[in-house]
Write a protein of this length. Structure first.
Length: 281
């Protein structure tokens, strides 16, 4: 029996004895058929409990599952919390801990979209198996950006191109690089997803948060992404900003043409001219 199987068996044995746990569901790579787990995958488990705080703050229940070395808490779906645990052999198990109300609200709002890729119920004391299948077996269709949303996204991007250039010129490399590598890159990802669906339809799987982007995005986009990240050095950050601007524009213009949207030329032209001028100084 490998460590993953041992941890799962311990969770089941412990869980059915614990009155405070109502259900436990495996999600992510260990539950889906597409892109299944490998030796480096983490184990994601949603736990529905009576008192989330007790599971977040106490280590007693974890000690009954296995020996762990690192534990911390972070925010997750619907304002809930998850405990991320590193057990022996660097086995990463993420416990998303929800109350019944939080689970119901997450289902209604669609915030647990990851379940659409598959799930496996470990423990069910509340009839969860009769609730989840009709809700998550069918993949929801992607919703394209409306023209207003598209225009807002493009204007947002070009505004931050100017903002990043200003920070770079002031010598604030950390702030400039963080904006280009994070904020602007998330806008770029949104536009890449929109581009993929505009070309391939609403059922096309673009996963989430850039997962497997090398497989679902166009090859020419992937090739250009390497120029969009910089070392911590002024000229390299400048080049990455310009490369990100060029790639964003190329994709956004294609989307506008494909969807018959008006591309915000004024925002693009003004921002690009200003950035090129100030960065040439």
């Amino acid at each position: 029996m490998n460590l993953f199987e041992n941890i799962i068996n311990n969770i089941i044995l412990w869980g059915y004895k614990n009155d405070g746990l109502y259900a436990a569901v495996i999600i992510g790579s260990w539950a889906r058929n597409d892109h299944q787990a490998d030796e480096f995958s983490d184990l994601d488990i949603v736990m529905i409990v009576d008192n989330p705080d007790s599971f977040l703050q106490s280590n007693q229940w974890l000690e009954q599952i296995g020996r762990f070395h690192i534990s911390f808490i972070e925010n997750t779906i619907g304002g809930a919390k998850e405990r991320r645990i590193l057990f022996d052999d660097a086995l990463d198990v993420d416990f998303v801990i929800l109350s019944k109300n939080q689970m119901e609200n997450a289902v209604k709002s669609g915030e647990i979209e990851i379940l659409k890729s598959g799930y496996h119920i470990l423990i069910d004391k509340i009839g969860l198996e009769h609730t989840l299948p009709p809700l998550f077996r069918e993949n929801p269709l992607y919703t394209l950006l409306s023209e207003d949303e598209f225009s807002n996204m493009v204007n947002d991007f070009w505004y931050h191109a100017v903002w990043s250039a200003k920070k770079l010129m002031r010598g604030e490399l950390w702030t400039a690089k963080s904006c280009v590598d994070n904020y602007m890159m998330w806008k770029l990802l949104t536009i890449i997803e929109c581009h993929a669906h505009a070309l391939n339809g609403m059922k096309y799987n673009t996963w989430h948060n850039g997962r497997f982007i090398e497989e679902w995005a166009e090859d020419w986009i992937i090739q250009k992404l390497s120029d969009c990240y910089a070392h911590y050095e002024r000229n390299d950050i400048k080049n990455s900003l310009l490369a990100t601007m060029d790639l964003f524009r190329s994709i956004a213009v294609i989307i506008a043409e494909k969807l018959n949207y008006k591309y915000p030329d004024e925002a693009d032209n003004y921002s690009t001219d200003w950035v090129l001028n100030v960065l040439s100084e």
